[in-house]
Write a protein that binds this ligand. Structure first.
Ligand SMILES: [Zn+2]
Length: 365
């Protein structure tokens, strides 16, 4: 092994070791657009009914039949054309846009010929057009992105950055099929800052933000999945109630679904469950937990560093089962009072290292 290759290997290992904390990276732009902005239709439905009963009763012994006149006029006018263009500038400003290259971005304001947006790398840029995003119920955040911030890498070569994206887009597809509107923080392999991911969720005012990750390094083997769900703090001593319920439902549905897979040798930490991870300063340690104002949970589905789990994660069946379980949990969070399970009371203390910061914006149009 020459020194160049040895150096590269060291860099890769460092990146893999800081799997869930980074802010950087830049890569190609994927084709998937995951936002559906409902076209606005103005319907002017005017119905006018006028009834004028004329009744004349003669006081004599002669009875005349009462005269009744009904003037029944019904007018319906329908204006089916979209009165607010989906493409090009307008007086109105949407919360967000999916740019022509498929990148979801928060809109900061209008410009003379388009929109000022926050790019994945945290810059401002002008975009002339795009599909409007006006609110959504859920934001899904496929963790990591770009050539530097790959996240964990499995012994089978499966890269967490790509696995998270595949699963995240499958979750959005499943939510959409249930009538739940959902937007992804990224739609390709490009990097996206944690602050930009958080801004998108807060800007859209969603009811839940779920960040998708796969863990490393491997712990002792277990007969039950070692999924971990990190939730937000209300204070130093308390979890936020809405984040905790979201996390508890995710843990319950995901571990139950993964446990149905046969012949998997799981790995699991002794403190696995739904928990808060605090820095030594006493605040939420992870950027994707401490930054968003909307209720947020970060899911580590399992251990990509474990060969048995990595083999499972590479299958279409895993994506289908994990996406269905995630959608079940989000559906229950939005539409039931179920509390969730798996809560670990004692916070874990952890000071994440910052990954190398590198970010190159993808083309927006
Ligand atoms: Zn991760």
């Amino acid at each position: 092994m020459n020194s160049h290759r040895a150096l590269l290997l060291v860099v890769v290992l460092i990146v893999a070791a800081v799997a869930c904390t980074s802010d950087g990276g830049g890569d190609e732009l994927g084709p998937d657009s995951t936002t559906t902005a409902a076209p606005q239709t103005t319907v002017d439905d005017t119905t006018t009914t006028t009834t004028v009963p004329e009744t004349t009763v003669d006081d004599s012994t002669t009875t005349e039949a009462p005269q009744t006149t009904v003037d029944d006029t019904t007018t319906t006018t329908t204006v089916p054309e979209d009165s607010r263009p989906q493409e090009g500038p307008d007086d109105g400003v949407p919360d967000g846009l999916v740019t022509p290259t498929g990148v979801p971005v928060a809109v900061l304001g209008p410009t003379d010929s388009g929109y000022l947006v926050r790019t994945p790398c945290g810059n401002t840029a002008e975009v002339s057009k795009g599909v409007w995003i006006n609110g959504a119920e859920v934001v899904i955040d496929p963790g990591h992105g770009g050539p530097v911030d790959t996240g964990a890498v499995g012994p089978n070569g499966l890269i967490e950055r790509d696995l998270n994206l595949t699963l995240g887009l499958a979750v959005i597809e499943e939510l959409t099929s249930r009538g739940i509107s959902a937007v992804s923080t990224r739609t390709g392999g490009y990097p996206t800052l944690l602050s930009v991911r958080s801004l998108l969720a807060d800007d859209l005012g969603v009811e839940a933000l779920v960040s998708i990750h796969h863990n490393a390094p491997t712990w002792a083997t277990s007969t039950f999945p070692g999924s971990e769900v990190f939730i937000q703090s209300e204070s130093v001593s308390l979890a936020r109630a809405d984040s905790a319920r979201l996390g508890g439902l995710l843990y319950e549905e995901i571990t139950a679904a993964l446990a149905t897979f046969d012949n998997v040798s799981w790995s699991r930490s002794a403190s696995a469950g739904v928990l808060r991870v605090l820095s030594s300063r006493g605040t939420d340690a992870y950027g994707m937990i401490v930054r968003p104002e909307v209720p947020t949970a970060l899911v580590e589905y399992g251990y990509l560093s474990n060969p048995s789990e990595a083999a499972l994660f590479a299958t279409d069946e895993y994506i289908e089962v994990a996406a269905g379980a995630t959608a079940d949990a989000i559906d229950a969070y939005l539409h039931t009072e179920r509390p969730g399970t798996g809560f670990v009371q004692r916070p874990r203390i952890y000071d994440p290292q910052r990954a190398p910061s590198f970010c190159e914006d993808p083309a927006l149009e």
